[in-house]
Design a protein around this ligand. Structure first.
Ligand code: PEP
Ligand code: MG
Length: 577
């Protein structure tokens, strides 16, 4: 039966394909077969997951011995340790992977069924009950496996697979970069959640906040995902399918036409030049950034180097990633944002280093975490500085709110420079340091930023979240997340005007920079540097080329004079006519 689901389209375009259900939270297990060549890697994936769980149990054990946990907890951990390290848990699955070529999760659940059956046959009621522990241990290993690439059936480029999940973390989505999914849907999520941002970087249509997609859609069902219109059509009939195939063709044609603008300079009708930079998450994104004609990287979200891996990246690993991007951009600016972990970008294993707060968006996130863990911060700063010798790198600090944070950060950068000098390692001594404007307080007291930093970049995603007190990743309040709220517009305009007056370069690198509907408004506020995901760059350039700032300005000034949201929307429509 055909039906339509509504959500929030986070990435435009149309995809037509078959559903693949994935479930991170409920630990439902994907069943798929692998090729003979994939067997050793799959066995290693299982071994890695077992090691991860061993480490988890070890840290639980040491946390228990240093605290005052009840003795039963220790006994429970011992039982889990015994089950985990007993060769029967892994031997069977290893054989199944090799002989039946099934994926690790499938093999492990088959082994679990065998073990549970054996426990059921035991007469001793105490021992019989231990089957629950077997299930718990297997669930832990499955969870670890789901966090590793390969947890989803690899998509076949010809088959057009659409991923359907209840929820996905940014770390989950980033690993899909290596798969070829035609689109994806989630029940949860907001338009500027990091999951949505990463989805955008995959350049496939995506719809979040569909509420019930995961429960209503069946495996392999035919779907149409229309990211621009925020809809998913399940099991479409023939005429709808034909209509959408036509639309898909039109969209592809539009994209082809846009590509002609790649090398065109972004200049307004009245001759003002505008910088259009790219946002990237991993060095691999550089190719797309260059293809889009970006004249710089305005935001390299370096924290993605920290996700989906065991342990932390070393200074050398980080250096290599930053050097690769700097060299690839051939002298064009590359702005590396120091890592913004915390909130929805959670790194397993860091909890022991710094406390994870009960309200993570307001807690030890981004620069706060870095200042609480200066050793980690210094490692990153040294890596960035070393890479600065190989290109035009700038450092960008996220989520600053106070002068003391800026001063502490600058002192740490000076210390990192000093240590490199002592070792005679070259770096750009004049490297520029900028700050992100993401908290309303930072706008209201922007003087502390302009007097200390070389440049600024407005993170509208967080600025909106913190101004309106709306969690950007919570679909339950996504209707309140409003980039056109008069308070938001006032803050953005104020930041741009003050920075321009002080002669401090300012950019916008939040999602707003990539929304063509907002291009003229931002130009009218005085913005001349936009940084966005490469997929949006040419559409925004098209808007810039068709804009006359002299004409836009009076209308934007009218927008500043009203707090009436309906009027603001009408004025924005007029601005875009
Ligand atoms: C922002 O907050 O707008 C931003 C660019 O940073 P992030 O989305 O990574 O929080
Ligand atoms: Mg931010």
């Amino acid at each position: 039966m055909s039906f339509v689901l509504h959500g929030i389209g986070v990435s435009g375009g149309i995809a037509i394909g078959h559903a693949q259900l994935v479930s991170h939270a409920t630990l439902e297990v994907a069943h798929y077969t692998i090729s003979a060549e994939q067997v050793p890697a799959e066995i290693e994936r299982l071994a890695q997951a077992l090691r991860t769980v061993q480490k988890e149990l070890e840290s639980l054990h040491s946390a228990m011995t240093s605290g005052d946990a009840p003795a039963e907890f220790g006994a429970f951990l011992d039982v889990h340790w015994m089950i985990l390290t007993d060769p029967t848990l892994a031997e069977g699955p290893r054989r199944m992977i090799a002989e039946q070529r099934c994926n690790a999760e499938w093999a492990l659940t088959q082994q679990m069924a065998v073990l549970v059956e054996q426990f059921d046959a035991i007469e001793d009621p105490y021992l019989r009950e231990r089957k629950a522990d077997v299930v718990q241990v297997v669930e832990r290993v499955l969870k670890a496996l789901l966090g590793k690439p390969g947890a989803v059936r690899p998509a076949n480029a010809e088959e057009q697979t659409i991923l359907v999940a209840h929820d996905l973390s940014p770390a989950d989505v980033i690993q899909f970069k290596n798969h070829h999914f035609a689109a994806f849907l989630t029940d949860l999520g907001g338009a500027t959640s990091h999951t949505a941002i990463v989805a955008r970087s995959l350049n496939v249509p995506a719809v979040v906040a569909t509420h019930n997609a995961r429960a209503l859609i069946r495996e392999d069902e035919l779907l149409i995902v229309d990211g621009a219109r925020n809809v998913v059509i399940v099991d479409p009939d023939g005429s709808v399918l034909t209509e959408y195939r036509l639309k898909q063709g039109e969209f592809a044609l539009e994209q082809k036409k846009l590509r002609r603008l790649t090398t065109t300079r972004a200049t307004t009708l009245d001759g003002q030049h505008v910088d259009l930079f790219a946002n990237i998450e991993l060095p691999e994104d550089l190719e797309r950034a260059l293809e889009s004609g970006a004249t710089g990287v305005g935001l390299f979200r370096s924290e993605f180097l920290f996700l989906n891996r065991d342990g932390l990246p070393t200074e050398d690993e980080q250096f290599e990633a930053y050097r690769r991007v700097a060299a690839g951009m051939e002298g064009k600016p590359v702005t590396i944002r120091t890592f913004d972990l915390g909130a929805d970008k959670h790194k397993e294993g860091l909890d022991g280093l710094a406390r994870v707060a009960p309200n993570p968006a307001l807690g030890l996130r981004a620069v706060r975490f870095c200042l609480a863990e200066p050793r980690l911060f210094l490692t990153q700063l040294r890596a960035i500085l070393r890479a600065s010798h190989h290109g035009n790198i700038k450092i960008l600090i996220p989520m600053l709110v106070s002068a003391s944070e800026i001063d502490q950060t600058l002192a740490l950068i000076a210390r990192a420079k000093e240590s490199l000098r002592e070792q005679a390692i070259p770096f750009d001594a004049g490297i520029e340091v900028g700050g992100m404007i993401e908290i309303p307080a930072a706008v209201l007291a922007i003087g502390m930023f302009t007097s200390r930093l070389d440049f600024l970049s407005i993170g509208t995603n967080d600025l909106i979240q913190y101004t309106l007190a709306v969690d950007r990743s919570d679909d339950a309040v996504s209707h309140l997340y409003d980039s056109l709220h008069p308070a938001v517009l006032k803050l953005i305009a104020m930041a741009i005007t003050t920075a321009n007056k002080a002669g401090v370069p300012i950019a916008v690198c939040g999602e707003m920079a990539g929304e063509p509907r907002m291009t003229r408004l931002l130009l009218g506020m005085g913005l001349r540097n936009f940084s966005m995901h490469p997929a949006h760059l040419l559409t925004v350039k098209q808007r810039v080329l068709a804009s006359d700032i002299a004409k836009i300005k009076p209308m934007v000034e009218r927008m500043h004079r009203t707090d009436d949201q309906a009027k603001l929307t009408a004025l924005l429509d007029k601005l875009n006519d």
